[in-house]
Design a protein around this ligand. Structure first.
Ligand code: TMP
Length: 242
C-alpha cells in the first residue's frame, strides 16, 4: 500500500489517499490546538503518543463488536483507515461534570451523573461547533431520527467499554468526544480519533488531570501526561493477560 495525494490537513492529523480507493493513510502530527485552532503549538512526540493510544482503543472497541473505520497501525505515528463520509457531529458522552457542561450549569467539578449524558455538537469551525439537538440536526438533514438513536446507542456502548478499560488503568473517564462516518455502503461506523485530545481523564484516586486540559489550561506538560496514559494502558493490558 502506498500513500498518494493529501486529502486534508486537520488540526492534529494529515489524511492521504492511497492506491486503494476506499483506504486512507492517517499521519498523526506533533501539533496541539486549543480555542478552535486559535492557539496552535508544535509539541514533539505528541503524534506518536496519540496514534499509539488511539490504536489500542480502536482495536479494543473492534474486539468488543463496535464497527470502526480502523484497519491497522502502520508505524508509531501512522495508521490505515477505511474511507468514510464523516457525519458532521461531535458526539460527546459525559459521566461527570466538567468543561462546557460545568460552565453552562454551574455545577461542582466532577459531580457524577446517575446516567451518562449524550450531547451533539455541529462540526463547524466558522460557527465554533455549536450545541445542536436532535430536531435541529434532523431539520438540517444531518441524520434521521433512527440514525440519531443509533448514534446515541453506539456512543453509550463505547462509553461502557472505554470506562471499564480506563478504570483498569487507574483512570476515570469523565467525558469524551467521538465522531462517526458512513462507509461506501452506507454503514455507520466509529471514525476519527480517541485519545487524550478528545477525552477527559483523571486519576481515579488523586483526580489529577491526564488529558488535553493540561494544555488548554496551561497547568502541566502534555507529553508527560499522555505518556502516563499510554504506560498505564500498556501495563494494565499486561496484567489482564497474566
Ligand atoms: P466540552 O466539555 O468542552 O464540551 O468537551 C467535552 C469533551 O469533548 C471533552 O472530553 C473534550 C472533547 N472535545 C473535543 O474532543 N474537541 C473539541 O473541539 C471540544 C470542544 C471538546
Amino acid at each position: 500500500m502506498k500513500k498518494t495525494t493529501l486529502i486534508k490537513e486537520g488540526k492534529a492529523k494529515r489524511l492521504y489517499n492511497t492506491d486503494e480507493a476506499n483506504v486512507v493513510w492517517v499521519e498523526y502530527m506533533d501539533q496541539a490546538t486549543a480555542l478552535n485552532g486559535k492557539r496552535k503549538d508544535q509539541i514533539a512526540g505528541k503524534g506518536v503518543l496519540n496514534n499509539q493510544i488511539d490504536c489500542i482503543l480502536f482495536e479494543l472497541l473492534a474486539a468488543k463488536g463496535i464497527h470502526t473505520d480502523f484497519i491497522k497501525k502502520l508505524s508509531d505515528n501512522e495508521q490505515l483507515n477505511q474511507k468514510v463520509d464523516i457525519i458532521p457531529l461531535e458526539v460527546v458522552v459525559r459521566n461527570a461534570a466538567s468543561g462546557s457542561f460545568q460552565r453552562k450549569f454551574d455545577v461542582p467539578y466532577l459531580q457524577e451523573f446517575d446516567q451518562p449524558v449524550v450531547e451533539f455538537f455541529y462540526k463547524s469551525d466558522e460557527l465554533d461547533d455549536p450545541f445542536i439537538n436532535t430536531n435541529q440536526a434532523v431539520a438540517l438533514k444531518i441524520f434521521d431520527f433512527e440514525e440519531s438513536q443509533q448514534l446515541e446507542k453506539l456512543a453509550l456502548q463505547i462509553n461502557r467499554i472505554l470506562k471499564e478499560r480506563f478504570a483498569k488503568a487507574g483512570l476515570q473517564l469523565v467525558d469524551f468526544k467521538v465522531e462517526f462516518g458512513k462507509t461506501a455502503d452506507g454503514e455507520i461506523v466509529l471514525a476519527d480519533e480517541i485519545s487524550p485530545d478528545s477525552c477527559r481523564l483523571v486519576d481515579l484516586m488523586t483526580k489529577a488531570s491526564l488529558d488535553k486540559d493540561v494544555f488548554r489550561k496551561k497547568t502541566g506538560d502534555l507529553i508527560t501526561v499522555y505518556q502516563e496514559v499510554l504506560n498505564r494502558l500498556n501495563n494494565s493490558q499486561e496484567e489482564a493477560h497474566v
